[in-house]
Design a protein around this ligand. Structure first.
Ligand SMILES: [Cu+2]
Length: 274
């Protein structure tokens, strides 16, 4: 039945078409700034994206090639019954082709080695502890089922003091400043994911992992968990606010601290009243 190969061809044409069309349609493409869809906000975002495009190009060529072969094989070797009621082309069994296997092992291996070497500098500059920028820690972020507990050092700049500010899944930092966080997990594996800043880092129980990023455009972005961490995984969607100026950030922090103290006071007086 050649109908099946036609059906597969339609699916292949549709998916190849979507693949080719996606880069030209902002809504389908990588997450960036609202109203400026092709602008990467973080300093190393461009580097990450160019690596992504190289991998996408290679896998795209392989994808289109395999789709063509898939449809052609289905069409060419369709099961046909002759007028005598027997298959016109009986099945043949063979033990495979060693040459073909060598070729399709060596080519992907060579591509993987190339990618591994090519991305090394980018990885080293973003992920290695030795490359951690020497800036004050913005916050300690602890993933837990199912929220991001964010602890800011407060006005004294030191963590674990009386003026620490706590927020839940609400991350704030300042435009054009390197934000350095200490990432932790208090239960299972989570993955700290800032799609617009091209940052993804696992939060591992028992470890404190430095993570840094920046943004050249003030605004609102997303913080999500990219690790399926339990039934409430979807709830770990948080908000990121990039402030235009340091003053604006300080003001936000002061307001939040006042609010935090007020609610603590009211909780204390409530418990005394009982
Ligand atoms: Cu999670």
């Amino acid at each position: 039945m050649r109908y099946w190969s036609i059906l597969f061809a339609v699916a292949a044409v549709f998916s190849v078409g979507a693949f080719v069309y996606a880069p030209f349609s902002a809504d389908w493409w990588l997450p960036n700034v609202a109203g400026d869809p092709y602008h990467v906000v973080s300093t190393f975002g461009k580097e990450i994206d160019s690596l992504y495009f190289i991998i996408l190009g290679i896998t795209g060529v392989a994808f289109i090639g395999t789709q063509i072969v898939l449809v052609w094989v289905q069409y060419r070797y369709v099961d046909e019954i002759g007028p005598d009621g027997k298959p016109t082309r009986p099945a043949q069994y063979f033990h495979g082709s060693q040459r073909l296997e060598v070729v399709w092992t060596i080519i992907p291996a060579a591509i993987l080695v190339f990618l591994a070497l090519y991305q090394m500098d980018t990885w080293a500059s973003i992920k290695l502890r030795s490359a951690t920028p020497r800036v004050p820690v913005l916050a300690e972020i602890t993933g837990r089922q199912f929220q991001w507990v964010i602890k800011y050092p407060g006005p004294d700049g030191k963590l674990n003091t009386a003026d620490d500010l706590f927020t839940v899944s609400d991350l704030h930092f300042v435009k054009n400043q390197t934000a350095l966080i200490q990432l932790k997990s208090s239960d299972v594996l989570h993955s700290f994911f800032l799609p617009q800043m091209r940052i993804k880092q696992d939060a591992v129980p028992g470890m404190t992992i430095p993570v840094w990023f920046d943004a050249d455009t003030a605004g609102h972005y997303e913080l999500v968990c990219a690790e399926l961490c339990g039934w409430g995984h979807y709830k770990m969607r948080g908000h990121v606010t990039v402030h235009e100026t340091e003053e604006e950030f300080q003001k936000w922090q002061a307001d939040q601290l006042a609010e935090q103290n007020r609610s603590q006071l009211s909780m204390a007086s409530e418990s005394q009243g009982r």
